[in-house]
Design a protein around this ligand. Structure first.
Ligand code: LLP
Length: 490
């Protein structure tokens, strides 16, 4: 048996190249304003990571407020420009599920965006932040009566109704209050998109939305979507604003969005012809992809906006309908790349992995895989475990000229699947006490965080104009214990 130690590891996935310079931050993954300073440290807007570590500890979510505002504004501007002559612009609802706190809700509002919520808790954040009710939408496939009432109390701009059951419930609650609920209907257009591909299917085997295909169970001959449109028009408690769809997440190509827009507009035209119902709005959802690794190549918002606008324009012209006011719901594409997670390195270990010779007739060769443990893990980023998501990492507290070494960044949880970055080349001299930064953790990381193994959830720091401030403080040991009623009850 022989041992290989060359820089290129056969254990690495094919897409992972050995970086020419391990110290370079590869642009699409990082927020504007993040770079190495003269001391070789990664700094955000001039604030060095060692300073952040000293002030706030690790693990820590480090977010650029400037970059968040830029990305929010660039979505709004790009879509407004592309749709200006079609429907006077676009309403951009930031999807709060990706990451929400009161500061973010305020930035979103200040940048001219609206806010998409999907629970009573998210509505509570919006209320605390002072977001005007008319700027809010409420989503969810199983909204409670309390959530529907809360939305009506807050005069939300739209409730996105997900089922026939719910339509009836919203109508009943609104009527009992002597009010009218503004409603969008979430349809499943039979288009699923993921990253570079979309699949169009006739059947919709999922929990969300009203199917446009086949007969609804209640009324022979009508799809659930059509039945909902007809029912909405008959309920005095409902003002039907329009249709909605969301076709998936982390999508790079516009073709899935285009097909969904065509399908919904076609359906809208059919409803107009059959029932004389004119729907003034259409929401095409979120799902725009971001770069998690150097091989991800997201398109600028303007490119997607232009492609979608062209399809909406031509489809409406073909169908002979007035274009509805368009809205979209990006989450990840606004917040994802604004943030990196800062971790401190602890234990390292290297294992030797057998790789069969390609011809199968020679002896196996073993290659090293180095495990680098950090002070967080699946409790602050569940995405690698949940979705096999790939991330990248960089040595952040100093520059290094050491050779690249294939590494697996893992957390500190009692679970062997607790992986933060499955495969990354890091300098061979990475050691305990070094700081690693993992980019692209702004969306669905803090939001999905847990207290597994009684780890405290990290805080979130926002950096702007060279100043760092906590927008969500990290949990303390007291936070971890203060819902435990055992001792308190003795
Ligand atoms: N609108 C609706 C109705 C949604 O369900 C979602 C995401 C969005 C907008 C925003 O999608 P985005 O632009 O952020 O992709 N936890 C998963 C993603 C779940 C997405 C749920 N819905 C992940 O971490 O990949």
């Amino acid at each position: 048996m022989t041992t290989e130690t060359s820089n290129v590891s056969p254990l690495a996935p094919e897409w992972l190249a050995v970086p020419e310079d391990l110290n370079v931050l590869q642009a699409p993954m990082w927020a504007a304003g993040v770079d190495r300073n003269a001391d070789g440290e990664v700094a955000i807007d001039g604030v060095a990571v060692t300073q952040l570590k000293e002030q706030f500890g690790t693990p820590l979510f480090v977010m650029s407020e400037t970059d968040f505002r830029l990305r929010a504004r660039s979505f709004k501007d790009a879509f407004d420009a592309a749709f200006a002559d079609i429907c006077g612009g676009v309403d951009v609802y930031y999807a709060g599920k990706s990451f929400l706190c009161t500061a973010v809700a305020q930035w979103v509002t200040e940048e001219g965006l609206r806010l998409d919520t999907c629970s009573g808790g998210e509505l509570a954040v919006a209320a605390r932040a002072g977001v005007p009710g008319g700027n809010l939408s409420l989503h969810g496939n199983n909204k409670s009566d309390a959530e529907i009432n809360r939305a009506l109390d807050m005069l939300v701009g739209r409730i996105v109704v997900d089922s026939l059951d719910e339509l009836e419930r919203v109508a009943r609650i609104a009527s009992s209050r002597g009010e009218t609920a503004k409603v969008m209907l979430r349809l499943t257009p039979g288009v699923h998109a993921h990253t570079h591909e979309f699949i169009a299917t006739a059947h919709e085997d999922q929990k969300f939305g009203l199917s446009m295909a086949g007969d609804s169970t209640a009324q022979q001959g009508l799809s659930a979507a059509e039945e909902a449109v007809a029912a909405a028009a008959s309920y005095p408690g409902i003002e039907l604003l329009g249709l909605h769809c969301h076709i998936g997440s982390q999508i790079f190509e516009p073709d899935g969005f285009e097909l969904a827009a065509q399908k919904l507009l076609g359906f809208q035209a059919a409803m107009q012809a059959k029932y004389s119902i004119v729907l003034p709005e259409l929401d095409l959802g979120g799902g725009y992809g971001i770069a998690y690794t150097p091989v991800d190549t997201p398109r600028p918002p303007a490119e997607i906006a232009d492609a979608m606008a062209a399809v909406v324009r031509s489809t409406c012209a073909e169908l002979g309908i007035e274009p509805p006011r368009i809205s979209i719901e990006p989450g990840r594409a606004i917040v994802g790349s604004t943030t990196f997670t800062l971790y401190e390195v602890g234990t390292r270990k290297t294992v030797r992995v057998d790789v069969e010779s390609a011809a199968g007739d020679q002896e196996n060769v073993t290659y090293p895989r180095r495990y680098v443990s950090v002070d967080g893990g699946m409790s602050d980023n569940a995405r690698p475990v949940l979705y096999d998501a790939d991330y990248s990492a960089i040595l952040a507290s100093r520059a290094s000229v050491a050779d690249p070494q294939l590494s697996r960044v893992v957390g500190k949880h009692c679970e062997s699947g607790d992986i933060v970055v499955r495969d990354v080349y890091l300098p061979a001299d990475v050691a305990a006490g070094d700081l690693l930064a993992v980019p692209g953790t702004g969306a669905y990381c803090w939001a999905l965080s847990s207290n597994y193994n009684y780890l405290a959830r990290p805080g979130v720091v926002a950096v702007r104009d060279g100043a760092a401030r906590l927008i969500v403080r990290g949990e303390t040991e007291e936070d971890l214990l203060n819902r435990d009623m055992g001792v308190a009850n003795v």
